[in-house]
Design a protein around this ligand. Structure first.
Ligand code: GLA
Length: 412
């Protein structure tokens, strides 16, 4: 068994055991959704642009069983201590009635109804969630909760949505129930990811394309450095960046920044204040970098995309101003150790960086990050490899099928 399969099997066991402890009966189904890393294309999704994320081998796993009373009980151990259990009647779930972490799973049920699901005949559910995706690290722990609930209710309640609609349901929950004005990237990545591949998503048409990464063929891997500087997108800088982009598009007379090319930047610089111009320049050049990355992956392989990753980081640091000293340090250290390319990933203001690097340099990179963070007086980072993995799916219940491995995926 690979390390990733072992970790998923352990989560499956923990979800089943936690479900039994909390609800006093065994679960009848088991579901998983991964976290994601964005290879490139940051803050482009809500500007109708392009993103290139991939699902990773870190997961949220959910055990479930139906109830006869149209109530949802959802439990998790996201905080330390005993499982936190939240209960609500299906008909009462609405953005105004949910808060805290349960806004993610319950928000999805509300959002499914908003996007056309007929919930009148939906059975109640007991749900129990466990996860090994670090929270607040920019690896989409929240989208994983949304996706795992979305695929489960879609199948258990026979809703018949496709994956791209399930992604929209997750985003609606995040926007309205959680109150974070995020785009569609994270939910799409965790629902549509494929092994050894990234997903190119056109955030205007929602058309997706699977882009093979071919990392193993070139002895390359992706290493995440979680700075453990925690971010939250429901408040602060994320919303401010989104507002700047909308302001830039309005002044320049386009529906969204997707409608601008680098040739429009001279006009943009004449018409916009300096700060708005730099926000716009980031988005316009980042869209170009995503498409260039896809082209280079196809024509020359992952060894050829380093300068695009590096340029993306500089643009986020200098133009979009969403990096923090810990992220800049992690990127600098990765380059010093010999990474092909490195950049912060996710919404910014904390979270994680990625480095595309030769496998033989993973341990030297970990040591260099730990030393550099200690020398700068920063909290110790978490440094780990991620493997581009399959998206959300149903798991076999441990022991359910003779001869099957616990945690083995049985359906998509
Ligand atoms: C967060 C959001 C995404 C996206 C990224 C930045 O992860 O959830 O929708 O905007 O930030 O690229």
């Amino acid at each position: 068994m690979s390390a990733a399969t072992t970790a998923l099997a352990a989560l499956a066991e923990a979800a089943v055991a936690g479900f039994g402890r909390t609800f006093g009966r065994p679960p009848t189904s088991l579901w998983s959704a991964p976290g994601r890393v964005n290879l490139i294309g940051e803050h482009t999704d809500y500007n109708d642009g392009f993103v290139l994320p991939f699902a990773i081998d870190r997961h949220t796993v959910m055990a479930a069983a139906p109830r006869g009373d149209r109530r949802i009980r959802v439990a998790s151990v996201f905080a330390d201590g005993p499982a936190d259990v939240v209960e609500a009647a299906i008909d009462d779930i609405a953005p105004a009635t949910v808060d805290g972490w349960s806004a993610y799973p319950l928000g999805v049920i509300w959002a499914a109804g908003r996007l056309g699901a007929d919930l009148a005949a939906a059975a109640g559910l007991d749900l129990y969630l466990v996860s090994d995706i670090p929270i607040g690290a920019g690896l989409s722990s929240s989208a994983a909760i949304e996706a795992v609930v979305a695929i489960a209710i879609d199948e258990l309640w026979g809703l018949g949505f496709d994956r791209s609609t399930l992604a929209r349901i997750g985003r609606l929950a995040e926007n309205e129930a959680v109150g974070a004005p995020t785009g569609i990237m994270d939910q799409s990545a965790v629902l549509l990811g494929e092994t050894d591949s990234a997903v190119l998503l056109d955030c205007r048409s929602l058309v997706t394309q699977v882009v093979p990464l071919g990392l193993a063929d070139e002895q390359l891997t992706i290493v995440v450095t979680d700075t453990r500087v925690s971010h939250a997108h429901a408040t602060g800088g994320y919303a401010a960046r989104r507002a700047s982009c909308e302001k830039g598009a309005a002044i320049l007379g386009v529906p969204s920044l997707r409608d601008l090319t680098v040739d429009d930047l001279a006009r943009a610089s004449a018409e916009l204040d300096d700060e708005t111009f730099r926000r716009v320049r980031h988005v316009v050049t980042e869209n170009d970098r995503v498409l260039a990355t896809v082209e280079r992956l196809r024509d020359a392989g992952p060894g050829a995309i380093g300068e695009l990753l590096d340029a993306s980081h500089s643009s986020m640091r200098d133009d979009f101003e969403i990096s923090v000293p810990e992220l800049d340090l992690a990127v600098e250290v990765a380059r010093r150790v010999g990474a092909v390319g490195s950049r912060m990933t996710g919404g910014g203001f904390g979270g994680a960086s990625i480095a595309l690097i030769r496998r033989s340099l993973v341990e030297p990179l970990r040591q260099a990050q730990e030393q550099a963070f200690a020398a700068s007086g920063h909290r110790a980072p978490e440094v780990f490899e991620v493997v581009p993995s399959a998206g959300a799916g149903r798991l076999a219940l441990p022991g359910a099928l003779p001869g099957s491995l616990p945690g083995e995926e049985t359906a998509r």
